[in-house]
Design a binder for this molecule. Structure first.
Ligand SMILES: *Cc1c(COP(=O)(O)O)cnc(C)c1O
Length: 433
């Protein structure tokens, strides 16, 4: 045995014993409301069959939209297969700049910058904004002095891994607050401010949160976060990966959602998003003030030291974004589907979340909390046999004893499909084992 084999075997065996070892499922069709799962992934007796997909991030079903696929193919014919360079060398092509102005426009912001993925956007923006900066500044007598500016980050305990990795890379001090608990956030900020005379050492403070939490589907309290940020001189960053194209009546995201409800709400200082979920392509982005975007172009290492996304992909993302702007009914249909599915789950006797059964879901992610890890896995496997793919999420992705089925909906699911799925879920969950 080699050193490498010994090491990997030890680690993987440990994961197998802890039931956290992962394998990946093979789909033999494009991402859409129905997919073909490779034989052998289900029962050995099954051949490839059509499965209802209640597990996709392609919320608006744009990955497989015929007119958009055609437009993307045309973009490859026009722009080729790759970008050939980093954005700062030769990679920057017309579609990249058009996409960035379209994103800024869609989000109602001054400017935008795109990254290879949403993961790279978070890692790039947080490491750039939060790492220690040393620079010189002249006082009123023209005498230069050295400024050391450090950052403290306040991070929701359920934030996405890419946010956590960005903070780690920045080496900034990170204080985690209880999930969506604004009193706890205020408490940790006050403690941090009391602990050091932060104005004198030029400490920056950043609050960072998912807009829609990926395993619970609940929303960050943007109005309250803004109030706390303002009162405590903090910057506020939100990650709208599951909000763009989903939340707000035209899919503009969290600020639109609260404004729709009559709660005045501005944009965060920094808004991150992905092109890979509702937009149905690949890539990540940051929108905000022009100065922020200029700063990121110069400081975000995951923007600088990597090849630009292919111009055809940038063109495809711009096309898909335009589709969302021109088809607000697609966003409304997704939101309608959430209501239909929720009602059907309740009618079928499945209480979707034992802790908050009265609160209707606010995003297209609907967790059905089961608790026991093995029971959640069993329910998911039984549903797959019935032709419904709805994954079981368990520790370590969520806390122990909080295992769940995690449904995510698409705008193109039909009412009948959603009602039948709810009935099937209820049947699997209520059957004694
Ligand atoms: C999916 C996701 C990301 C990463 O986006 P990719 O484009 O898939 O890399 C970042 N943040 C959150 C909250 C996400 O859900």
């Amino acid at each position: 045995m080699s050193i490498l084999n010994d090491f990997t075997d030890d680690v993987l065996q440990g994961m197998q014993e802890a039931h956290t070892y992962r394998t990946i499922r093979l789909l033999e069709s494009p991402e859409a409301s129905h997919v073909q799962i490779a034989a052998g992934a289900q029962n050995a007796s099954d051949t490839v069959k059509s499965t209802l997909l209640l597990a996709s991030n392609s919320y608006l079903d744009l990955c497989n939209e015929p007119s958009l696929k055609k437009a993307a193919a045309d973009a490859v014919l026009k722009w080729g297969t790759g970008s050939g360079g980093a954005r700062l060398t030769t990679g920057n092509k017309t579609p990249h700049e058009e996409l960035e102005s379209a994103l800024a426009n869609f989000k109602g912001e001054e400017a935008a910058i795109t990254f290879g993925t949403g993961y790279m956007a978070n890692v790039g923006v947080i490491s750039a904004l939060c790492s220690k900066q040393v620079y010189e500044r002249q006082d009123e007598n023209g005498i230069p002095s050295k400024i050391i500016s450090e950052c403290i980050v306040f991070s929701d305990e359920l934030n996405h891994a890419s946010i956590i990795d960005g903070i780690r890379l920045s080496k900034a001090k990170c204080i985690v607050y209880k999930h969506n608990d604004m009193a706890d956030l205020q408490r940790v900020i006050s403690e941090a401010r009391a602990a050091q005379p932060y104005e004198k050492v030029a400490t920056r403070l950043l609050i960072v949160t998912d807009a829609v939490f990926s395993m619970d589907g609940d929303l960050a309290n943007l109005p309250k976060l803004q109030k706390i940020a303002k009162e405590n001189n903090c910057l506020l960053m939100i990650d709208e990966a599951h909000a763009t194209g989903v939340i707000g009546k035209t899919g503009r995201g969290l600020a639109e959602h609260f404004n729709d409800m009559g709660i005045p709400c501005e944009h965060a200082d920094v808004t991150v998003g992905t092109l890979s979920k509702a937009i149905g392509c690949e890539g990540g982005f940051v929108v905000g003030k022009q100065k922020l975007i200029d700063f990121l172009r110069n400081k975000a290492r995951s923007f600088i030291f990597t090849t630009a996304m292919s111009p055809a992909m940038a063109q495809a993302a711009a096309n898909n974004l335009k589709f969302i702007e021109n088809h607000p009914e697609r966003v409304l249909q997704l939101q309608e589907n959430v209501k239909i599915f929720w009602d059907a789950l309740q009618k079928a006797g499945t209480i979707p979340d034992s802790n908050q059964s009265a609160i209707a879901p606010q995003s297209a992610i609907i967790p059905i909390i089961i608790g026991d890890e093995a029971a959640a896995l069993r329910a998911s496997a039984e549903l797959l046999e019935k032709g419904i793919l709805i994954p079981a999420i368990r520790y370590p992705t969520v806390a122990k004893g909080q295992a769940r089925l995690r449904a995510s909906l698409m705008a193109t699911h039909t009412k009948e499909e959603l009602q039948d799925a709810a009935t099937a879920i209820a049947a699997v969950l209520t059957r004694p084992h």
